[in-house]
Ligand binder design. Structure first.
Ligand SMILES: NC(=O)C1=CN([C@@H]2O[C@H](COP(=O)(O)OP(=O)(O)OC[C@H]3O[C@@H](n4cnc5c(N)ncnc54)[C@H](OP(=O)(O)O)[C@@H]3O)[C@@H](O)[C@H]2O)[C@@H](O)CC1
Ligand SMILES: Nc1ncnc2c1ncn2[C@@H]1O[C@H](COP(=O)(O)OP(=O)(O)O)[C@@H](O)[C@H]1O
Ligand SMILES: [K+]
Length: 485
C-alpha cells in the first residue's frame, strides 16, 4: 500500500483499462481473491487511520464496491472493532463476489442496520466505485452528505462515491468541509479523476493498493507528473548556456504581469531576461530587479529568444503576435495572447505552423482561455480536463498546460501528465504569469516543450506546497521562490 504524494511517479488508468486489468487478474486467481484482498486492504488502512476507533460505519452499495465494504466489515469485526453496515441495495441482487462477502460479514456477526449509527469513529464509503453511472440519489445521497460533513474521518473505497473516475467531475454532496479528514484507498489502479477537477477535494489523502496485480501492457490514460531532475550546472558554463528569455506583455496599466513573468524566469535560472513592454510610456527599469533588461518589442531578435508572450498583454498584444508566432525561437503563450489567437484564424494558422518548423511552443491556458481556444464553454472544459488539454495540443501541434486544480500537461505523442503537488493558495492574481516565466526559463535552457512545461508546473506547485502557512503567498514572492521580501 502506498500513499500518493507529489513525489509519486505512477501511471493512471481510466475505467475501461481498469476493467480489463481486473478481468485479466481475476481470471488468473481463485474466485473471490481480489475482493478479499481489497477488503483486507481497506480494513488495514481503516485501522491505521483510526487506531482508537470502536464504531465504524460502513455504507455499502449495490455492486462490487459494496462487496469491498462487506469484506472490510468482516475483517474489522474479526479485529475487535464494531462495524455497523448500512446497505443501499437489494441483497438478493448483489453480484456474485459481493454476495460472497456479504455472507462472510454476516457469518462474522457484523451488525447490519437500516440507518447509520448516531455516532461513529470512522465512516467508510463503499457505495459506488467505477460502476457509478449517474449521480447518487435517495439514501445514498443522504448518507454521502452525512459522511462528508461529519466530524469522523471518512475513508472512500476505490473512489469517493459520486466522483467520475475518468474526469474528476463530482456528482456527490457539497465539498465545502475541509478535506483533511478525507481519505481514499484506490484499488488495482490509480484513476485520473482522483487527481484533477474536484477529485482532490472529494478524495482527500489518496492511498493505493495494487491487490498484488500488475497492469500488464495496458496504456495509461495519463501519468502523475513527477519531480524534475535537479538542474546541476557544469563548472565550465556561462550565462549563454542557460539561454535568453524575453517577456512581451505589460500593456498600459498591466506592467506588473510582465514583470512577474520576468522575475520568475530570472529566478528559475534563465541566463538573461529581457522585458519588452507593450506600453510606449513604460518606465524601462525595474528597481527591484536591476538584472532585467528592457527593449522595445520590435528591437528583439526573436529567433534567438525564448519568448513569453501575453502576460498583461490586453488588446495591444494582437499587433505583435504575427511576428512573435513567426519568428520566436521558442514560445510560451499565456493570457491575452491566447485570447487574441482564439479570436483570429490567421494567428491560429501561424501557431500551427510553428511545429512544422521545429519551433517549441507551450500554451498555458486557464479553463476559460482553453474554452475560448476550443470554441466551447468552461463547463465543457472542466467536464473532461484531460480530453480538453489533449484536444488543444493536437489542434495546435504544441504543448498545453491546462491550469487549475490538477494541472494537465499534454503534448502530441506524449502521455499526458496530471500534476499532484500544489494547492489553492495559488488562486491569487499573477501566479499564472509566474508559471509562464518559469516555463520560459526551461525552454531557454534547452528543454523540450513537454519537459519544460512539466518541470515548471511541478516546481510551481511544490513552491506553493512548501510555502509557510503563516506567510502570505503573493505572485511576486512566488516568482522569487521565497516568502522573504
Ligand atoms: N470484481 C472484483 O473482483 C473487484 C471489484 N472491485 C470493486 O468493485 C468496484 C466495481 O464494482 P461494480 O462494477 O459492481 O460497480 P460499483 O461501482 O459497485 O457500482 C455498480 C452498481 O451500482 C449501481 N449504480 C450505479 N450508479 C448508481 C447510482 N448513482 N445510484 C444507485 N446505484 C447505482 C449499478 O446499478 P445499475 O446502474 O446497473 O442500475 C450497479 O448495481 C470497484 O470500484 C472496486 O471497488 C475491487 O474490489 C477489485 C476486485
Ligand atoms: N485551486 C487551485 N489549486 C491548484 N492550483 C491552482 C488553483 N487555483 C489556481 N491555481 C494555479 O495558479 C495559477 C493561476 O494562473 P492564472 O489563472 O493564469 O492566474 P493569473 O492570470 O492571475 O496569473 C495556475 O498555475 C493555476 O494552476
Ligand atoms: K466508494
Amino acid at each position: 500500500m502506498q500513499r500518493i504524494t507529489a513525489e509519486t511517479d505512477a501511471p493512471l488508468f481510466d475505467i475501461a483499462a481498469t476493467r480489463r486489468i481486473e478481468h485479466v487478474a481475476a481470471a488468473a486467481l481463485p474466485p473471490h481473491t481480489l475482493m478479499q484482498r481489497a477488503g483486507r486492504a481497506v480494513a488495514r488502512l481503516a485501522m491505521a487511520l483510526a487506531t482508537d476507533a470502536r464504531t465504524v460505519w460502513i455504507a455499502c452499495g449495490p455492486g462490487n464496491n459494496g462487496g469491498d465494504g462487506f469484506e472490510a466489515a468482516a475483517q474489522l469485526q474479526r479485529h475487535g472493532f464494531h462495524p455497523v453496515v448500512t446497505h443501499a441495495g437489494d441483497t438478493e441482487r448483489l453480484p456474485a463476489d459481493a454476495r460472497a462477502s456479504f455472507e462472510r460479514a454476516r457469518a462474522e456477526g457484523v451488525t447490519f442496520a437500516d440507518s447509520p449509527p448516531t455516532v461513529c469513529d470512522l465512516a467508510i464509503d463503499a457505495l459506488l466505485g467505477i460502476g457509478a453511472r449517474r449521480p447518487p440519489g435517495g439514501a445514498m445521497a443522504e448518507w454521502l452528505a452525512r459522511m462528508h460533513t461529519s466530524a469522523a474521518p471518512l475513508l472512500s473505497v476505490d473512489l469517493p462515491s459520486g466522483l467520475n473516475a475518468d474526469t474528476g467531475t463530482w456528482g456527490g454532496p457539497s465539498l465545502a468541509a475541509p478535506t483533511d479528514r478525507r481519505f481514499c484507498l484506490t484499488l488495482l489502479t490509480r484513476k485520473p479523476g482522483l487527481f484533477t477537477a474536484q477529485g482532490r477535494d472529494a478524495a482527500g489523502e489518496v492511498w493505493f493498493d495494487d491487490l498484488g496485480c500488475t497492469a500488464g501492457d495496458e496504456a495509461p490514460a495519463a501519468r502523475l507528473n513527477e519531480r524534475p531532475e535537479d538542474r546541476s550546472r557544469a563548472h565550465a558554463s556561462h550565462k549563454g548556456s542557460y539561454g535568453d528569455v524575453a517577456v512581451v506583455g505589460g500593456a498600459p496599466g498591466m506592467a506588473g504581469a510582465a514583470l512577474l513573468a520576468a522575475s520568475a524566469a530570472l529566478h528559475a535560472g534563465a541566463g538573461r531576461v529581457y522585458v519588452a513592454p507593450l506600453d510606449e510610456t513604460a518606465v524601462m527599469l525595474d528597481m527591484r530587479h536591476p538584472e532585467l533588461m528592457f527593449r522595445r518589442p520590435d528591437a528583439l531578435e526573436m529567433a534567438q529568444l525564448s519568448v513569453v508572450c501575453g502576460c498583461g498583454g490586453d488588446d495591444a498584444v494582437r499587433a505583435v503576435l504575427p511576428r512573435v508566432l513567426s519568428t520566436a525561437g521558442a514560445l510560451v503563450l499565456d493570457a491575452d495572447a491566447l485570447n487574441a489567437i482564439a479570436r483570429d484564424a490567421s494567428l491560429q494558422t501561424l501557431l500551427r505552423q510553428r511545429a512544422a518548423r521545429g519551433r517549441r511552443t507551450v500554451l498555458t491556458p486557464h479553463p476559460l482561455e482553453a474554452a475560448r481556444l476550443l470554441g466551447v464553454d468552461t463547463t465543457q472544459v472542466q467536464a473532461d480536463r484531460l480530453q480538453a488539454a489533449a484536444a488543444l495540443a493536437d489542434r495546435f501541434a504544441c504543448t498545453v498546460v491546462l491550469k487549475g486544480s490538477g494541472t494537465v500537461i499534454a503534448s502530441p505523442g506524449e502521455t499526458p501528465r496530471i500534476n499532484f503537488g500544489s494547492n489553492a493558495r495559488l488562486a491569487t492574481a499573477g501566479t499564472g504569469d509566474v508559471l509562464a516565466g518559469m516555463v520560459g526559463a526551461g525552454l531557454a535552457a534547452g528543454s523540450t516543450a513537454h519537459a519544460a512545461a512539466r518541470a515548471a508546473v511541478w516546481r510551481h506547485g511544490d513552491r506553493a506546497d512548501r510555502w509557510p502557512a503563516d506567510q502570505a503567498l503573493t505572485a511576486g514572492a512566488l516568482a522569487r521562490g521565497t516568502p522573504v521580501r
